[in-house]
Design a protein around this ligand. Structure first.
Ligand SMILES: Cc1cc2nc3c(=O)[nH]c(=O)nc-3n(C[C@H](O)[C@H](O)[C@H](O)COP(=O)(O)OP(=O)(O)OC[C@H]3O[C@@H](n4cnc5c(N)ncnc54)[C@H](O)[C@@H]3O)c2cc1C
Ligand code: SF4
Length: 330
């Protein structure tokens, strides 16, 4: 089916914001690795595509103890940056465990944070029931195939997982998103950027129509911190997470001085596991403590018949990651 749309590009941020602000059905195009797929499948039908790939938002710059990353930085560029390798190694791991090198060379950081769910019903517009794609129609996954769906942050209206690996590591680091609108600019902590589905699954984040992500600012890990990102999936590469864990700890001898924990593949949004952090902080690093933290992280899980396996899988993934970063093996 032919679905006409207008295409335009600009290298001027103010022009992009003005164009998007004036047309509620316009969409930005960055690397295009998600946007174009969903348009070809008829899931997204913007009247206009504003190509932002030439905007001057490609910088990666250390600013004191933060890393400032322009939103059009590609995933591969960020993974290759020496400050990321040295001070945010688990962010690098999350990037390198994502997609394929070809995709990472096109895909941008801003686009990665805004990628849509891989729920098969969302991506198939011949399926009538999908509250995220067509509000008020129901949720085909709840009664249908939901092996890969979420167990945390779900509602009776949507159980789709958030697919980004990068966002899981960034949310553990309390990253901040810089956004601009034709009316002005603001910053949003990533911990408040995503919305769980509740009764409005089609509203996924805090962005207003026409708002542009210009950068992501990531605090660097302190000297001596240890971190890891473990991703468990059905095959070793080119696959989304069934469960993943992003962990960073600072040890004082065998005591966990501070811990940052987030989970992926199991929740409707990148999931900061504050309950696990509370169990870990101040405790001696040992496997029983890690198991208690994993129990706490999944305490609110609401599994369904086909995805109940994700609860113990996510717990084991977190325990394994904690063992890796602390060097405690049993
Ligand atoms: C086969 C395949 C496998 C994949 N595997 C993984 C994986 O394992 N892990 C993972 O994390 N991801 C994975 N991805 C997703 C991939 O990382 C995203 O498609 C990519 O990061 C999106 O970036 P993009 O620049 O191409 O965005 P686009 O497709 O250009 O845009 C995506 C969305 O974001 C909006 N947008 C883009 N940039 C901005 C901005 N600066 N401000 C406001 N809105 C913006 C667009 O309007 C669009 O709605 C996979 C994708 C594919 C196709
Ligand atoms: S889980 Fe969400 S995205 Fe999937 S069919 Fe249900 S409403 Fe749609």
């Amino acid at each position: 089916m032919v679905r006409p749309f207008e295409y335009e590009w600009t290298d001027d941020i103010a022009t992009a914001l003005a164009e998007a602000g004036a047309d509620a059905s316009a969409a930005y195009l960055a690397g295009g690795t998600t946007q174009l797929d969903l348009m070809k499948d008829g899931v997204l039908r913007p009247s206009r595509l504003i190509d932002i790939s030439r905007l001057p938002l490609h910088e990666i710059e250390r600013r004191g103890e933060n890393l400032f990353v322009g939103s059009l930085t590609t995933m591969e560029e960020l993974a290759a940056h020496p400050v990321v390798a040295q001070h945010l190694p688990f962010v690098r791991e999350a990037l390198l465990r994502s997609a394929s090198v070809q995709l990472r060379n096109m895909a941008t950081i801003g686009g990665n944070l805004l990628q849509r769910t891989r729920c098969r019903y969302f991506r198939d517009d011949t399926v009538a029931q999908c509250n995220k794609r067509a509000p008020g129609t129901g949720c085909a996954a709840i009664t249908g195939f939901h092996r890969t769906s979420a167990v945390l942050g779900t509602s009776e209206n949507c159980i789709a997982t958030h697919a980004s690996d990068l966002a899981v590591a960034l949310i553990a680091m309390d990253a901040v998103v810089h956004v601009s609108h034709v009316d002005g600019s603001r910053t949003i902590p990533l911990t408040r950027f995503y919305r769980t589905p509740s009764d409005t699954p089609h509203l996924e984040n805090a962005l207003r129509p026409g708002e542009l992500i210009t950068a992501v600012e990531v605090p660097l890990l302190p000297v001596g911190a240890r971190s890891d990102y473990l991703k468990v999936r059905d095959r070793m590469s080119y696959e989304f997470a069934l469960a993943s864990a992003a962990v960073a700890v600072v040890l004082d001898g065998d005591v966990i001085h501070s811990a940052r924990v987030a989970l992926g593949g199991v929740a409707t949004v990148p999931w900061r596991a504050l309950e696990a952090e509370q169990v870990l902080t101040g405790a001696t690093a040992r496997t029983e403590v890690f198991q208690a933290a994993a129990q706490a992280a999944l305490a609110g899980a609401e599994p369904r018949p086909l995805n109940g396996f994700k609860v113990p899988l996510a717990q084991r993934t977190l325990v394994r990651t904690l063992q890796t970063v602390t060097g405690v093996s049993s």
